[in-house]
Design a protein around this ligand. Structure first.
Ligand code: SAH
Length: 490
């Protein structure tokens, strides 16, 4: 990943003084996750370019040193070494730390002046949301240009790649350009490599001083920068409003940027401060809890006694159902042996009383193959499973459940795709995105798409269906989860 900064005008080699990097001496910086190189591909009186090249070590990532996420193949095969991600932002703090403070000794006047600067960022992940590039950078006075690519030239039908090469140009102080980049690169990168803790709010306000409070996309920027952590975003909003009124909260830019101190963002996730008990208490019930409670309530209302949870995962719904004596027979089915093992241990089935053991069983099976064990239940729950099925297997699933198992009631939930915009716009930061929009989803449906599928399937198999939204309602985008309750017609 590469960031170049070009200064045009006169005596442009002075860029070296402002960046505190000698144009004639390439430098290497060791970072936690790789190395950063600074060099000048062009140096002349009229035009000087400094390049910051980041060489991420994929082995460090894979070893879980930094940035390792859920394990598995992602740790080895991912875009991290190649894209301008939050790593680049961290490198900017480290390598150009003094420049961000604006201190330039004998060249202070130049540092305090707006200069003709152009920054070019290669491979910025922006997930097709190119409009946002303009909405984020233009209000800061930049001319914005970007180059898009096909995901794969051999397969144009795969559409556009999620990455762009971005160029922004303005008459701007160097320190401001660096601050803008430092905040805004991670805004476009959804897969941040660091734990976003409380000190990130300080950092955001420090870097955002003088421009963030009045930015028309302030909420979006803040939400994305803080990885949608609700409590942190609220803190930031409170403090940004204070800045608005007092005309400037005075925060020193110095401490975070001392030349060789590791930036907070570079510390491994394990050193992060977890949320305080008070913060946890303040939190609303998670969407997951709301969803399970809504499903349990619908099952209860149906009068069902024998219930089968198809795609039960680790058994969260099963646990809830066990607490209600109405449910005399509870069966969990999952295709994943590991999920069932976890369900078994989370439900403590090895230590359970006989009466519990008589009520519950876990079986391995697939929802897309006809299975006589799925028959003879009053109700079936299918919670956040359908979107994991391959679309080509959807018809098989419909027949397995609606035609052959044919319970009296089916309670089915799936994400509402429209609500993703609410997270993206930073309007709701209460749920980490992953919790809802899992990487294994094969598809997601809008409200209309879900309704169409559900109504057609119900009609075909003699069911009636009613819909309910689960979670906070957005006036435009609806609720994060949608639920259909199917009842077999008499
Ligand atoms: N219902 C659970 C788990 C949802 S995650 C909950 O709400 O917490 C989706 C689950 O569906 C996973 O456990 C996955 O193993 C399971 N699954 C995916 N495809 C399946 C299939 N074809 N048959 C059975 N289970 C499947």
């Amino acid at each position: 990943m590469l960031l170049t900064i070009t200064y045009t005008g006169q005596n442009t080699t002075d860029l070296g003084y402002l960046l505190h990097k000698n144009p004639y001496r390439p430098q290497v910086f060791e970072l936690n996750h790789g190395r950063a190189f600074v060099f000048y591909p062009e140096v002349s009186d009229a035009r000087t370019t400094a390049a910051l090249l980041l060489d991420i070590d994929p082995i460090d990532l894979a070893r879980g040193k930094v940035g390792s996420s859920g394990g598995g193949l992602f740790d080895y095969v991912n875009d991290r070494p190649y894209v301008s991600s939050s790593f680049l932002s961290t490198a900017i703090s480290r390598v150009y730390g003094t420049a961000i403070t604006g201190r330039a000794d004998r060249h202070q006047a130049l540092s305090d002046s707006a200069l003709n600067l152009t920054a070019a960022i290669t491979m910025l992940p922006c997930r097709g949301d190119t409009q946002m590039l303009r909405r984020v950078f233009e209000p800061l006075g930049y001319e914005v240009a970007y180059e898009t690519f096909l995901a794969d030239e051999m397969f144009p039908e795969w559409g556009a790649s999620s990455y762009v090469n971005l160029t922004i140009r303005a008459k701007v102080r160097l320190r401001d350009l660096l601050k803008h980049l430092n905040v805004l690169i991670p805004v476009f990168d959804r897969q941040k490599h660091y734990w976003v803790g409380a000190d990130e709010v300080d950092k955001l306000l420090r870097l955002g001083e003088g421009w963030l409070a009045d930015h028309p996309e302030r909420d979006y920027i803040t939400g994305r920068y803080l990885n949608r952590s609700r409590s942190l975003v609220n803190q930031a909003f409170d403090r940004l409003s204070t800045v608005d009124q007092s005309g400037g909260e005075v925060l020193s830019a110095e401490p975070d940027f001392a030349a060789d101190a590791p930036a907070a963002a570079e510390l491994p996730a394990t050193t992060a401060t977890p949320d305080s008990a008070a913060e946890r208490k303040e939190r609303k019930p998670s969407l997951n809890t709301l969803r399970l409670e809504s499903v349990a309530a619908a099952l209860k209302e149906s009068g069902a006694k024998r219930v089968i949870d198809l795609g039960c995962g680790e058994g969260n719904l099963l646990r809830l159902l066990l607490q209600n004596r109405q449910f005399t027979q509870i069966t969990g089915v999952d295709v994943s042996h590991l999920a069932l093992k976890r369900a078994h241990s989370r439900l403590r089935l090895d230590r359970a009383s006989d009466s519990v053991r008589e009520r519950i069983q876990l079986i391995q099976g697939s929802l897309t193959y006809r299975d006589s064990r799925f028959g003879s239940y009053d109700a079936a729950a299918v919670v956040e499973v359908i979107e994991h099925l391959d679309p080509s297997r959807l018809a098989a699933f419909e027949r397995v459940l609606f035609e052959f198992a044919k319970p009296l009631t089916i309670v089915l939930t799936t994400p509402n795709k429209e609500y993703n915009s609410v997270y993206e716009l930073g309007l709701d930061s209460s749920q980490p995105e992953e919790e809802l929009r899992h990487s294994d989803h094969r598809f997601e449906w809008t409200r209309v798409e879900f309704r169409q599928w559900a109504e057609a399937t119900a009609a075909k198999h003699g069911y009636e269906v009613q819909f309910q939204g689960i979670g906070d309602t957005d006036p435009t985008y609806g609720t994060p989860t949608q639920m259909g309750v199917f009842s077999l017609c008499e």
